[in-house]
Design a protein around this ligand. Structure first.
Ligand code: BGC
Length: 269
């Protein structure tokens, strides 16, 4: 593969597993120096394993523990990365979780946990990234854009999701966070976009694919008839981080095997 991201540093939150790990590997393979963020001491080994795959393949990077919902931890993580690599060029705001419950049974803790990681975490990381992009200014030798932020949203910024109101609300919020940032910083050549994955085979949605029955039922929602893989999302992240997509900002890009064309309407409605 062409090393389109050579000379750039990419920080990926929640990169010890799932989509984040897939994105970190893809950006590493495209030549970026990769910061594999993980949330707690418990996920350190997984993050180290992701980094090892990247370095074994000839890439470079570090792991960084930080709970993205904690302001001081986010500030310290960015300071460490800038001290080590000089700057950050690409932020992938990926860390996210689900705490599912029927709405009338949802606890405040379930609501707050999802909002603070999925939304406040993206706010805190985007703010530090933009502060760094503004401090550092353009680096035309590595990219036409002064900085790039990719927000991990979901098909659920569009498709309402009963039983997951906290999660769908967080993704709806990410849409406006992303678009408002694209509007506010476009003239500084900072690009901000969202990736909106459908069902990607990761631990977060294990129940939707781990039995043949569950997978069959999932396929009724996916015209393309396969579950997505983290590499699918990694491929799009490389494109959105590279100058190949230099005229794209403020966009939500759906990558879902067609989930958002509502297959249930194919012979009725
Ligand atoms: C959720 C998954 C779900 C997918 C499609 C994602 O944002 O995290 O659990 O399978 O959307 O519904």
């Amino acid at each position: 593969m062409e090393l389109t991201l050579k000379g750039q540093t990419a920080l990926i939150t929640g990169a010890s597993s799932g989509i984040g790990a897939g994105v970190a590997k893809a950006l590493g393979a495209a030549g970026a120096t990769v910061v594999v963020n993980h949330s707690s001491a418990r996920s350190k080994d997984e993050a180290e394993a992701v980094l090892k795959e990247i370095t074994d393949a000839g890439g470079a990077g570090m792991t960084a523990q930080c709970d993205v919902s904690k302001e001081n931890e986010v500030i310290n993580m960015f300071a460490d990365v800038v001290a080590r690599y000089g700057t950050v060029d690409i932020l992938v705001n990926n860390a996210g979780l689900q705490r599912d419950a029927k709405f009338h049974e949802m606890t405040l803790d379930q609501w707050n946990t999802v909002i603070s990681v999925n939304m406040t975490g993206q706010f805190l990381c985007a703010r530090e990234a933009i502060r760094e992009f503004l401090r550092r200014g353009p680096r035309p030798e590595v990219s036409a854009a002064t900085g790039k932020i990719i927000c991990m949203s979901s098909v659920h910024e569009l498709i309402p999701w009963a039983g997951h109101v906290n999660y769908a609300t967080s993704k709806g919020g990410i849409k406006m966070l992303m678009q408002s940032l694209a509007q506010e910083y476009g003239d500084r050549r900072i690009r901000v976009n969202s990736i909106c994955p459908g069902a990607i085979q990761t631990p977060i949605n294990r129940a939707a694919w781990e039995t043949p029955q569950a997978l069959n039922s999932l396929m009724t929602l996916i015209p393309y008839n396969r579950i997505g893989q983290p590499q699918d999302i990694g491929n799009l992240a490389v494109f959105l981080a590279s100058d190949q997509s230099d005229y794209i900002t403020g966009a939500s890009i759906f990558i879902d095997g067609g989930m958002t064309v509502f297959e249930g309407f194919s012979d009725n409605g």
